[in-house]
Design a protein around this ligand. Structure first.
Ligand code: C5P
Length: 251
């Protein structure tokens, strides 16, 4: 078991050596484990990672994630946000699954971020492969919503400030909009990952995403990983849709 985990840890390549396929993360926003596992089977070998969000994790639990990881590495998008001890303990519990990525909210503050970093580093020291991302500003929050929460100023400025905080606390990267990836890379360095949702292939429907970028644009802006959901999972042929996005990134 330990040997298997150590071998998988070597899959944590430096960002610069990731292939376009490694960079593609598919959001498995599907209602049941059965549908998610069937989609994983169709996408295995074609994408770098699968993203499991709160809905699926709450419905299907840890055993499902274990099964899914037999197909493709998982980004467990739980966006933890609580007092430091609670977040640390929740992470210690969920790190037993050894997801490729896990995340917390930057808004939990520096002490909470440091507690999360400690938990993830202890896991890696024991042979795990998980890296920790911090969510900057949810893209669902516009300037007006932030003002209601007591933040003056532009969401992108707050996202950059939060990214710097996550970087100082020792997180491995952030979840941000591709529109902020370049400024975060400049401020925090290439090795600090930028995982960006809101990606739409050229000509695809934007659905409810407001600030979208194409895969090629997002790469150019410095995204480490690109999260794509419905353009792949709702396609008539998800495997072909994933291949087309990888081809667009390679081009
Ligand atoms: O289907 P679509 O490509 O829009 O899916 C994007 C995924 O990324 C969804 O799971 C969504 O919840 C997630 N996400 C996002 N914007 C954020 C954070 C997460 O779209 N800021």
């Amino acid at each position: 078991m330990v040997l298997r985990i150590i071998r998988e840890s070597s899959l944590n390549a430096a960002p610069s050596s990731l292939t376009p396929r490694d960079r593609l993360v598919v959001a498995l926003d599907l209602p049941t484990a059965g549908e998610a596992l069937a989609m994983a089977e169709r996408l295995a070998g074609r994408v770098g990672m699968l993203k499991v969000g709160l809905e699926l994790f709450c419905a299907e639990g840890p055993a499902f994630v274990r099964d899914l990881q037999k197909q493709v590495p998982v980004f467990l998008d739980l966006k933890l946000h609580d007092i430091p001890t609670t977040v640390r303990r929740a992470l210690e519990a969920v790190l037993k699954l050894d997801p490729r990525l896990i995340n917390v909210h930057t808004q939990g503050g520096p002490v909470m971020l440091e507690a999360a970093v400690e938990a993830v580093r202890a896991h890696r020291a024991a042979g795990g492969r998980t890296e920790l991302l911090a969510v900057t500003v949810l893209t669902s929050l516009d300037r007006e919503a932030l003002a209601a929460l007591g933040h003056a100023g532009r969401p992108e400025d707050l996202a950059l400030a939060y990214a710097k905080l996550a970087h100082r606390a020792g997180c491995d990267g952030v979840v941000c909009s591709a529109w902020e990836a370049a400024s975060i890379r400049e401020a925090c360095g290439e090795a600090f990952h930028r995982l960006t949702p809101g990606i739409r292939p050229a000509g695809a429907a934007t659905q409810d995403q407001a600030r979208v970028m194409t895969p090629a644009q997002a790469l150019k802006q410095g995204s480490t990983w690109l999260v794509v959901g419905r353009p792949i999972t709702h396609a008539a042929d998800p495997a072909a849709a994933a291949e087309a996005i990888v081809a667009e990134m390679e081009a």
